[in-house]
Each structure stands twice: as C-alpha cells, then as structure tokens.
Design a protein around this ligand. Structure first.
Ligand code: MN
Length: 449
C-alpha cells in the first residue's frame, strides 16, 4: 500500500501555515519526486480563504488527527451484486485471496462471500439434496451470489480511528470487515483483521510549527519525517533522526522560497502568490520586527514569480497586494467573541502552567473598546474548556504597529508585564506586533523567573 507524505502546518492555521505547506509539498514533488500532499490542521481563516479564492486555488486537505483510520488499511476489492451467478464472485475471490464483496444496487454492502460463507452454503446444498452425488461445480456456480453471502459482517466507516474500536474488532468473529463511507454508508473497501493490528503510520512533515500542542492530534502515532519552521523549539522527541530546519526569519514561506531558488526552480505564479501572502501576512508587509533581510529577498523573489504576466496578480504591487491580504483578516467586530479568541490560538506550557495566547488583527485599536467585556468572558470560557491556567488575547493594530492585551486569570508573575496598564484592565503594548518574537519571550521570561 502506497501512502503519501502529508505536509501540514499548525492548528488554527494562518496563511503562512497553509502557504508553506502547499509550497513545500510542491517543492518536494518537483525537486525530489516524493509523493507529498499538502494538508491543513483546521479551518482556513478569512484571510486565507480570500487569498485562495483570489488565486483560484483549492484549500489543502483537512487532517486534524494522525491516528490511523480504517480508510488507510482497506483494499478496494472488486465487487458483484446479489443476483449475479456465484461464478462471478468466484472469479473475484481468486484475485483477492478468497473474498468477494456483494453490493446492493445503491452501492451499500449486501453481504460478503469468503471461504467460511461458501463452506456454509455448500453444506446447506449438500445436506438437503438427496441426489447430492450428482451436484457439479458448474451447478453450484450458477446459484445467485446472495445464497452464499454472510450478511452479518461488521461495517466500519473509513474515517473511524482504528484505535477507538480495536477492542471490539478483536472480539468479533471473522477476518474481514466492510469499510463504508461515513455519510452514505456506501462500500469503500474491505479490511482484514491482521492489517488493523499494525496499521501504517501517517507520514508527516511539520511546517510553520514544531510544538506538539499546536499540531494535529495524536501526533505521537504518526511517523514524523521532517520539521521546517521559524518558531521557538518545543518539538517532540522522535524514534529516528529527522531533518529539521528552524531558522530566524519572518515566515516559513521565506524558507520554502529559498529552497525553491536553491533548486534552480521557480514556483508557479499562483503558488508564489500564496506564499507571498503568507510572508506579507506574517511580517505585516515586512514591517514586523521579525522581518529579516532574507524576508526582503524572499519577497522580491516571490513577487517576480507571482506578478508575472498572465498571473491573477499580474497588476499588483507588494503594497497593493499586501494591503488586500492584511485587510482580508477579519477584525473583531464582525466575529463572535468565541471566534476571535479561538481563530488564531496557540497553546503553550511553561514551568507547570498551561496557557494560550490568541491573536486578532484590527486596523484600529479603537475597535476593541466596545468588545472588551465580551472578549474577556470568551477568554475565561476558553480557559475553562481547555483546562488552562490562564489565557491571553493580543489585539494587534496592524496599521500603527501596537497591541492591546486582554488576560483571563493571569498568574501574579504577569503583574510585571512591561506594558502599560489601562483603566479597562487591558494593557497597551506599544510597538509590539509579534506574538512569537516579542510577547511570548517576555511571558516565558516572567513565568520562569
Ligand atoms: Mn509562520
């Protein structure tokens, strides 16, 4: 069974996470001939939706959990129908190793023919016929398939995690099971018990993050092949050596574009446009303190590829495109407080505290004033549902380059946050726009003291 390598960014994906996953998956196919598929670890945010639509690109496949599913171990065996002669099933069974799935007209399972069901069918025929010595194989094979099926074979949906039902599977009789579509109940394949005991691990490359808490679920059940990132280290241990590239640049798209150039390649215009959006979004159009010279070069490189004649972005400039991208990120007025505090949320732990920092972008911090109470309540609710010690929301004015902080249940250590306390219980962090490079190190520093 050939399984692809999934390239996936962090949960609550931002544009850089989607762009670098798609860009790196493309490079690994193009440069190395690998069977890679870009994936996303959650719903795309409004900014990413805007950019994908502008460029005419599809969002990558959703993967929220690495635990193997029935779909990953099934075989798409050929099928027949209940009224067809048994010889059809026989022909299928000789190719599948003794199993023939029989389907209803609507594609749902009718029954399964295997060695055991066939033997029971033969026993019945031989048992009831007085002239049984005269039955020939030809006679037998003319019976309709429905006579020889086992109708009691358990069904599992292809999206069900094997781990969740393995105990049940091991208790039932029979070596084969149906795998069906979760919604339609239609046949997808057959899986064998022995394949369920040792399912292939999902092969994963992480981009734009390296912390398990920010990744797809059950990451420990995947085979982690590589990390490509620009955040602080908080990576899980691995069984095998892996390739790891973590560098101090403004976006993961920067790193991907460098590798594309190093390979002597150029990204297709749409993909380049997507990575440029990731870079401009992460660096607030190259103004964030996370911006490096390499990001400026990467921007020029991606612009050259993305703004090429014939591209959807042919008439854009860095400034015009960057503005469109930043403005497409929804502010805080058009979303529910819950959406604001969960859309771009990252989980961390330090010392023995678990906490989360959400970030929302606005074009003017005045927008925050009407929403402070409801956002604080949403932060409190988030803290309770995720079982965290404290939660924080960083509302960033991307035009003026400052942020306001809202906190729920901050530990005493955070009283020393070097940001001006306001009358409304928020703090004003002037010149602070980067959660990763500016806010988080300060928070971690205070917690660890
Ligand atoms: Mn990033």
């Amino acid at each position: 069974m050939v399984t692809p390598i999934y390239v996936v960014g962090h949960a609550n994906p931002d544009t850089d996470s989607i762009a670098s996953a798609m860009g790196y998956a493309w490079l690994l196919r193009e440069r190395d001939g690998l069977d890679t598929v870009a994936a996303r670890a959650g719903a795309t945010n409004p900014q990413t939706v805007f950019v994908l639509k502008l460029l005419g690109l599809e969002a990558p496949q959703l993967i929220t959990d690495a635990s193997p599913r029935f779909g990953s171990v099934m075989r798409r065996m050929d099928t027949t129908t209940p009224e067809k002669p048994l010889r059809e099933a026989w022909a299928i069974a000789t190719r599948t190793g003794g199993v023939a799935p029989v389907l209803n007209e609507d594609g749902t399972p009718y029954g399964l023919i295997n060695g055991r069901s066939l033997f029971e069918f033969l026993s019945r025929q031989v048992g009831v016929r007085p002239d049984r010595h005269k039955i020939t194989i030809d006679d037998i094979l003319e019976y309709p398939c429905k006579e020889a099926v086992n109708r009691g074979v358990p069904k599992f949906s292809s999206s069900t995690r094997i781990r969740d039902v393995l105990n049940k599977v091991l208790r039932v009789e029979g070596d084969e099971f149906w795998v069906v579509d979760e919604n339609t109940g239609r046949y997808e394949g057959i899986c064998r018990q022995r394949d369920l005991l040792n399912p292939p691990r999902l092969q994963i490359i992480l981009v734009d993050h390296n912390e398990e808490q920010q990744s797809i679920g059950s990451l420990e059940e995947a085979e982690l092949l590589e990390i490509l990132d620009h955040h602080r280290l908080g990576n899980p241990s691995t069984r095998m050596p892996i390739k790891m590239t973590v560098d101090i640049v403004g976006s993961t798209s920067t790193l991907v574009s460098e590798q594309i150039e190093d390979a002597g390649l150029s990204a297709p215009p749409k993909l380049a446009g997507l990575m440029l959006a990731g870079l401009l979004s992460d660096t607030l159009i190259l103004t964030s303190p996370t911006t490096t010279e390499r990001d400026r070069s990467a921007s020029e490189r991606l612009e050259r590829w993305a703004f090429a004649p014939g591209s959807p972005l042919a008439t854009e400039t860095r400034a015009s495109y960057g503005q469109k991208v930043l403005q497409a990120s929804e502010g805080i007025s058009t979303r529910t407080p819950k959406e604001v505090v969960t859309a771009d949320l990252k989980l961390y732990s330090a010392g023995n505290l678990k906490f989360a920092i959400a970030q929302a972008e606005v074009n003017n911090l005045n927008e925050l004033d009407d929403h402070i109470n409801e956002l604080t309540n949403a932060l409190e609710e988030l803290r309770e549902t995720k079982n965290l010690d404290f939660t924080m929301l960083m509302v960033t004015d991307v035009v003026r380059g400052s942020s306001r902080l809202l906190l729920s249940n901050p530990p005493p250590a955070l009283n020393d946050l070097p940001y001006k306390p306001m009358n409304d219980n928020t703090r004003l962090a002037e010149g602070v726009v980067s959660r990763k490079k500016q806010l988080l190190p300060v928070v971690l520093g205070l917690l660890e003291d």
